[in-house]
Ligand binder design. Structure first.
Ligand SMILES: [Zn+2]
Length: 357
């Protein structure tokens, strides 16, 4: 009986906290030129319940199939256990958390309520783009060049995708230099349905700490990239912005598959106006398959066996995307209670600028 009483007391406290939070939330704000809305208001309007995980710092918005975790001042939201970069940090105001309307429109809504894509064409042809090549070696570490690793991964992924029934085009199938604009141009010319650029990452500092894959898709119009170095960011629309919702969904499915199948650190879905993404007319992503500079992950990246596993996870992600992108898409993504991987912050990592790939 006392257990039941304690449980009721906990429930009442939670209810009171939710009510107090929701009552205090009915406001919006304009911060650094961005329109922000109350997370509680948005959650309520979309059938999600919200409560504090850490009072004043971390909010969960959830329903039967979805769990979102927002942190104050953070540019990462956790969507069903996977980190997704926001364009603007979560803000705090008068005891509630606020999120930029642009992020609701271009990140959160697209993942939670994927639009019914009325494509009649099935996804059959995939263009793979092994990063770098020829005179452009990419990252070079532990006596290995990125250009060799990306080509080996692309050839493995090609074989696996062909086994799964896809047609595959490669922007290069040997150690050759290919100009960046020529890569998406080939995909456009050949009518590819998806474009997947493959890279491996490196960092000069914190080599022992920074590890795990990142998956990039095009930056929304009006926002700066996750990897922007401040000045000189171009906020305007690109060809890729026409299909940015699909690219985000593809990036999310690939990142999710990598994190779940390989038990790696989740560095999240990120946004960048990389030259190879900007001009792609089809859903396009760039995968940084892990950090060559990390002593453990690096060694794995240099092995055929691990690259085979990477390719397997990528195929699973592409198949999951194809299922969602078909006209009979379910109303929201399946829920999981997988805890977020730690270390998704990006302060110590080196990021390439948009024009390097
Ligand atoms: Zn690269």
């Amino acid at each position: 009986m006392s257990k039941l009483f304690a449980l009721l007391k906990k429930f009442a406290l939670l209810l009171a906290l939710c009510l107090a939070y929701c009552l205090s939330s009915a406001h919006a704000a304009f911060i650094n030129g961005q329109s922000y809305v109350s997370l509680a208001d948005w959650a309520h309007a979309n059938g999600l319940k919200c409560y504090w995980l850490k009072w004043g710092d971390e909010i969960v918005a959830t329903n039967r199939t979805t769990r979102l975790v927002f942190d104050k001042d953070s540019r990462m939201v956790e969507v069903n256990g996977i980190n997704v970069a926001l364009s603007f940090p979560v803000a705090a105001d008068r005891g509630t958390l606020l999120v930029a309307q642009l992020d609701i429109n271009t990140a959160i809504r697209s993942l939670l309520f994927p639009p019914r894509f009325n494509d009649t064409k099935r996804i059959t042809t995939i263009c793979l783009d092994p990063g770098h090549g020829g005179k452009d070696t990419g990252n070079h570490t532990f006596w290995h060049s990125e250009k060799t690793c990306t080509l080996a991964l692309a050839l493995e992924l090609r074989d696996q995708l062909q086994k799964a029934g896809f047609n595959v085009i490669l922007t290069r199938s040997r150690d050759a230099y290919v100009e960046l604009p020529d890569r998406p141009a080939l995909a456009n010319r050949r009518g590819a349905d998806l474009f997947v650029s493959l890279h491996f990452n490196a960092t000069e500092t914190a080599r022992n700490e920074v590890e795990g894959p990142e998956t990039y898709c095009i930056t929304p119009v009006g926002a700066s990239s996750t990897n922007a170095r401040g000045e000189g960011s171009d906020y305007g629309p690109t060809i890729a912005n026409r299909v940015e919702q699909k690219s985000l969904l593809l990036a999310y499915q690939i990142q999710k598959s990598l994190v779940r199948n390989l038990a790696v650190e989740d560095r999240g879905v990120r946004r960048a106006r990389f030259a190879v993404l900007r001009d792609a007319a089809m859903p396009a992503i760039l995968i940084e398959g892990g950090y060559m500079t990390h002593p453990v992950e690096g060694r794995k990246i240099f092995s055929d066996a691990y690259r085979r596993q990477l390719a397997q996870a990528m195929v699973k992600g592409i198949l999951a995307y194809r299922k969602l992108a078909s006209p009979s898409v379910p109303p929201s993504l399946p829920a999981t209670n997988r805890p977020a991987a730690k270390g998704a912050g990006d302060s110590s990592a080196k990021f390439s600028s948009d024009n390097e790939k």
